[in-house]
Design a protein around this ligand. Sequence first.
Ligand SMILES: [Zn+2]
Length: 385
Amino acid sequence: MKIVTQVKLMPEADHAAALRSTLRTVNDLACRVSEEAFARGVPREYELRKHTYPRLKAEGLGAQAAQHVIKKVRDAYTTLHANIRAGNLGKPKSKRRIKAESKPITFRPQAAQPYDDRCLSWQYDQQTVSIWTTAGRIKNVRFVCSADALKMLRQHRKGESDLIERDGVFCLIATCDVPEAETYEPDGFIGVDLGIVNIATTSTGYQAAGRGLNRYRKRQLALRAKLQKKRTKSAKRRLKERSRREQRHVKNTNHVIAKTIVTEAERTSSGISLEELKGIRQRVRLRKPQRVALHSWAFAQLGDFIVYKAKRAGVPLVFVDPAYTSQMCSQCRHIDKRNRVDQGLFICRGCGVVAHADRNASHNIAQRGETVWNAGRESRVPATP
Ligand SMILES: [Zn+2]
């Protein structure tokens, strides 16, 4: 499975200048290749190369860099066309779509540039890279990342990396190809209920309270509102920094939660049952003070982390339909909206069982996971005559 790992470059001043001017140059040239592509009705990469490659070489790009620029442009059009086909830009006559179709794709001066192993080499022990620039190859450019990221790079980095500049900071985004472990036969399933108040509750008793995250988010929102009123350039920059810091905070929290759940599953040889995440925002009805709570992307990210960690560990994983999991009694399966007395309390109107609402839901999700897994297993076994 492919995952990406990001490192921050720590170039000396002259190296930073070389990297900056390289990105500017390749993206400027990409804009021109894009104009050419657009004028020619977006031909195939081979055809496009015929018309643009000599010019890129004449502008001082090496063979690899020139080809990467052409490929980047062609890929950008492929992505655009796929998005149009998928309806992501609206209907044929929509404003957005007309705007996207009526002019060439452009590239920001700091936009990502792909590098292959011939233009970029990694020295993990020294934590440096050697990288091609328009001012020649620069060596011993230090990079920093977490110990986990370094280990990942050392063991699994493969193929291309992207160089980007973000707020004056240069980063490399490397692709790692991580092998998946073989899935074992699960001994029961751990159900995971996702929610606003409790981010994750499992049927085995683990609960990640959202309190910390929600409080943090509330504080951030208050600060953001203050900054938004200012409308100055520095306020804008600080806003951006703030939202990045918040994203990092959520990401760390999600990593910890996902790790806890997957480790627990591994230790007990269980599978993991997750609710299908589509529309969590619709499902979780928010009272007013909770509107500041987590966005759907945070849950999607938690789901992604669980999937990724489960695959790496060989933990079986199933997705189940979350309908009525919060209204159904996990003991007698009686479904009633009124079973859920309030946010935290579940009292079954059928059998009278009293439970924590999220825990009850997580048991339902675990049971559905088991059912889904068994159904899949039966269909895998060839029918006996
Ligand atoms: Zn009941």
